[in-house]
Every structure is written in C-alpha cells, then in structure tokens.
Design a protein around this ligand. Structure first.
Ligand code: G1P
Length: 289
C-alpha cells in the first residue's frame, strides 16, 4: 500500500530564466494556479495525504503557498470574497513536510533526502515541474499497478526520436500493451544509445530498495547522482516495470510547453474558454504563415 509521496522541487529552473532567478519554477502559474498545486492535487486525488516536498535555496514561496496567511484570510473574509474558501483549502490539502536539498547534486540525490521520511515503505514520486492531465490520476494508475506487481513502477511515454536525449529512456520486455518489464535505463542518451523511444515521464512508484541502489550509484550525467542510473542498480535485486500511462504530460520547466499549457488549460477553463477561443481565432487570423 502506498501512503506517501515525494515531490522533488529543488531544481534551479535554468531553462526558464530570467523568471526563475528569484522564484521557484514550481510556482509558475497555469492560469491562476501554481504548477506544484496541480502536482499536490494529483497526489491527493490518488488517495495520498502524506507528502514530502524536497526544496532548496530560493524555494521558500512553495512553503508559504501551502501555509496559512492570516492577514489575507482576514481581508478576504471581510470583503466576502469567494476566494476565501479556496485559500483556506490550500493549507489543508494534505500533510505536507519539507526538507531542503543542500546542493544541486541531481534527482537521485534529492530522493536520498526522503530516506528517513519514507523508511521501509514504498512511495510515489511526482516531479514538481510536470503536470499530467488525465481522467484517473497517473499516480493512482501506478499505485493500482503496484498493488498487482509489488515492484517499482515507472510512468513512461513515447517521445519523438529527436527528443530522446532530453529524458531518461527505458528498455525491456513487453508484458502487455502498456507494461514492460524493464532491463535498461539510460539518462538522456543519444539516439544511437537509446534502448527505445519510451521516456521516463516524471511519475514513479519506488520501493525502499531504491536507497541502497542510490548508495551504490556513482555520479552520472552532468556530474549528478541520477535516479535513472540507480534504477539500473535496483535491477540487481528487484524487478522494475514501466507503465505507458493514459493522460497528457505538460513540462512546465520549458518555455514553449509552458505557453502551450496555459493556452490549452484556458480553453478548458469554465470562465475563460469561450472568450479566450474568440480572442485566439481573431488574433490567429491576423497572422499569415
Ligand atoms: C528528469 C529525469 C529524467 C526524466 C525527466 C522527466 O530529468 O532525470 O529521467 O525523463 O525528469 O521530466 P530533468 O528533466 O530533471 O533533467
């Protein structure tokens, strides 16, 4: 049974400078909601109430976002502002815990900080800069699979060949349409070195065995401790499976995807869908190829 989630949110956000010079990339909003709030909501919607967020230097706004703000609450209450309830709910979404990664030493190093908190339990990992929109939350899809396989499960999706060098890429033996038993993990390979076109998509269920595997893993790509490399070590003792999830992934740490995400979410938004679509049609008509 999975009871805990870990959200790594310590990355510097260099792909989104200058916006991320003094604010966390995880706080960049899609319409009016910070990315990390969608991620916490996905964990909560999957039935997880215990969430450890790995933060770091310059990430205080994340803690403040999920904390009470009495002055603001008082003001909203006085004005009978409908936002009052929304703001109150935020500090009550889940049991949130925070720990700071001391140096930017990679995703694997960030996960190491969860060791005390998760102990000998399996746990979910949701990358804090990735939103996945789906009917059933992807974390829940992975949790259901965990109940069947009792092993680490990695959410993957097919990516175009020219993008395999941006992701961790997996290889393995097909078990069903959406499931592979994995035997290879390569972090950001060249096309020639990629075992497949299946990319690690930012959602994982990991068994506690991952910590011993991380202990055994030397620094890898970019001189960082890579979670992807530790998964290779985990294979020495445990099976690992991938699940091609149902849903759409949005990588908010990347400027173009961030823009696209805002447009798509606006077109699905109850208040803005109609006026925003009219605006888009108008503006697109004024542009020629
Ligand atoms: C991380 C992981 C990579 C994964 C990616 C998904 O990379 O190391 O395996 O495919 O997230 O977004 P990052 O994007 O942090 O460089």
């Amino acid at each position: 049974m999975i009871r805990k989630a870990v959200i790594p949110a310590a990355g510097l956000g260099t792909r989104f400078l200058p916006a991320t010079k003094a604010q966390p990339k995880e706080m960049l909003p899609i319409i009016d909601t910070p990315t990390i709030q969608y991620v916490v909501q996905e964990a909560v919607n999957s039935g997880i109430e215990d969430i450890l967020i790995i933060t770091g230097k310059g990430k205080r706004a994340i803690e403040d976002h999920f904390d009470r703000n009495f002055e603001l609450e008082e003001r909203l209450l006085q004005k009978e502002d409908e936002m009052y309830n929304e703001i109150m709910k935020l500090s009550d979404m889940a049991n949130l815990y925070f720990i700071r990664q001391k140096e930017m030493a990679g995703l694997g190093d960030a996960i190491m900080y969860a060791r005390q908190h998760t102990g000998d339990e399996p746990f979910a990992v949701l990358l804090g800069d990735t939103i996945i929109d789906s009917v059933m939350p992807v974390t829940q899809q992975l949790m259901d699979m965990y109940n069947q396989y009792q092993s680490s499960i990695i959410a993957v999706e097919t990516v175009p060949a020219d993008k395999v060098n941006r992701y961790g890429i997996v290889g393995g033996k097909r078990i069903s349409d959406s499931i592979l038993q994995l035997d290879q993990f390569v972090e950001k390979p060249t096309i020639e070195a990629a075992p497949s076109d299946l990319a690690i998509a930012g959602r994982y269920i990991l068994t506690p065995g991952i910590f011993r595997a991380l202990d055994e893993t030397p620094k890898g790509k970019n001189n960082e401790l890579q979670l992807t490399d530790a998964l290779t070590n985990l294979l020495k003792r445990e099976k690992v499976f991938s699940h091609t999830f149902e849903g759409k992934r949005y990588d908010i740490g990347n400027k173009l995807d961030f823009l696209k995400t805002n447009v798509e979410f606006a077109l699905k938004h109850t208040e803005f869908a109609t006026p925003f679509l009219s605006f888009l049609k108008e503006i697109v008509a004024t542009y020629k190829d």
